[in-house]
Design a protein around this ligand. Structure first.
Ligand code: GAF
Length: 385
């Protein structure tokens, strides 16, 4: 049975009737542009083939029933009027938070039965939470005929995560899940959410992009992410700008000088300003067909996250160092950091050697075996049935 049929059959067994529809929303990999999204900067994610899938029906009685095939928790039954920010620490906070955010914004959602399942690895920095949020938002947008555009669904999902779940994340992951297109990376300006789909078909050029999930679990609500964000906001305030996006690359040295002995803030500012510039360089290299030349830019990005932003970890560094020693074109950590996944850009012919080298290096270091898979830029959120 395919994933769509399975989720439909499970819905019938749980709730005793056919769902009104089935939707899917993907996880993402970020090619470049890390920790720039809450600084009004640039990002460049693409969607994974891995998705959260939801079978959903409307209710009219103010109740929300939630079930996940991936968690042995039974059906959670909630009343819409009782949904309260930061009251739920379980997985249900993501879908419930979306319902809360829609209603808080005045949209007439009167209840739902929802059954979810996901193939996006969780805690791997691949946006499993955003996939859950976006699939629910898209389903409710369709069923209640809310007519909200994708970017606005992404904003509401971000609000669910920031306020209801309590994680101070930016807008990249939800926009990637909602707006990416197959065969493309999404060049997103997080200030005004303007977007460009950049063709990104590595297979056609004899290359591959590997995701290496280090199996080191990360969490965004645990404080370190928030500290980096607060440090960036402090930098912007000290420099008298709305957001670090407003510091041009050419003005970086002068800005760093003005920050004087604020050493930690200086490092954060240097990362964000140089990272925005790296996104622009990658976009222009891809546009001019120089795909292999993005490799060194990815490596620079990793060094900046490791040394200036200080959010890498030994496992991520080992992936990057081993892949580069094995002939990769480029490699870097991806996502929020403190664990999660790295990406490796390589010639197709080198993939097996690099994968083996990374696995052996992990074994030699005594680390848990990593999970390695190829990432193909895939479709964004969609209705399946
Ligand atoms: C996490 C966050 F959710 C994103 O908003 C982004 O800040 C990313 O970390 C770092 O680039 O995925």
């Amino acid at each position: 049975m395919g994933a769509e049929q399975q989720v439909r059959a499970d819905f019938v067994e749980l709730y005793g009737a056919e769902p009104e529809g089935v939707w899917a929303a993907p996880g993402r990999v970020n090619l470049i542009g890390e920790h720039t999204d809450y600084n009004d900067g640039f990002v460049m994610p693409f969607a994974l083939p891995h998705t959260a899938t939801a079978a959903v029906s409307r209710r009219t009685d103010g109740r929300l029933r939630l079930h996940s095939a991936d968690i042995e928790d039974g059906v959670a039954e909630l009343r819409l009027d009782d949904l309260t920010p930061e009251s739920d620490r379980a997985w249900t906070a993501y879908p419930a938070g979306v319902v809360w955010a829609l209603r808080e914004a005045g949209h007439p959602v009167t209840g739902a039965d929802i059954h979810l399942t996901s193939t996006v690895p969780s805690g791997a920095g691949l946006s499993s939470s955003a996939a859950l949020e976006v699939v629910v938002a898209l389903a409710l947008n369709d069923l209640f005929e809310l007519g909200l555009p994708r970017w606005q669904l992404a904003r509401l999902c971000q609000r669910a995560e920031n306020v209801y779940v309590g994680a101070p994340t930016g807008i990249m992951d939800q926009t990637a899940s909602a707006c990416c297109e197959a065969g493309h990376a999404l060049f997103l300006d997080t200030r005004d959410l303007s977007q460009k789909q950049i063709p990104f078909d590595l297979a056609a050029e004899g290359m591959r992009l590997l995701v290496v999930d280090t199996q080191v679990k990360h969490a965004h609500s645990d404080g370190e992410y928030g500290k980096r964000r607060a440090g960036c906001e402090k930098g912007a305030a000290l420099l008298g700008v709305d957001a670090l996006r407003d510091i041009p690359y050419a003005g970086l040295d002068a800005a760093l000088e003005r920050l004087g002995d604020e050493e930690e803030v200086r490092r954060l500012v240097r990362h964000v300003v140089t990272e925005d510039q790296r996104v622009e360089r990658v976009v222009s290299l891809l546009k001019s067909g120089e795909t292999r030349a993005i490799g060194p830019v990815l490596v620079e990005g990793h060094a900046s996250l490791r040394d200036d932003f200080r959010i890498s970890c030994p496992e991520l560094d080992l992936v990057v160092d081993t892949a580069l020693a094995g002939g990769a074109l480029g490699a870097r950590m991806t996502g929020g950091g403190f664990g999660g996944s790295a990406i490796v850009l390589a010639e197709a012919a080198d993939v097996d050697t690099i994968t083996k080298a990374v696995e052996e290096a992990f074994a030699a270091a005594g680390f848990t075996a990593p999970r390695v898979f190829e990432a193909v830029p895939s479709a964004g959120a969609r209705r399946l049935a």
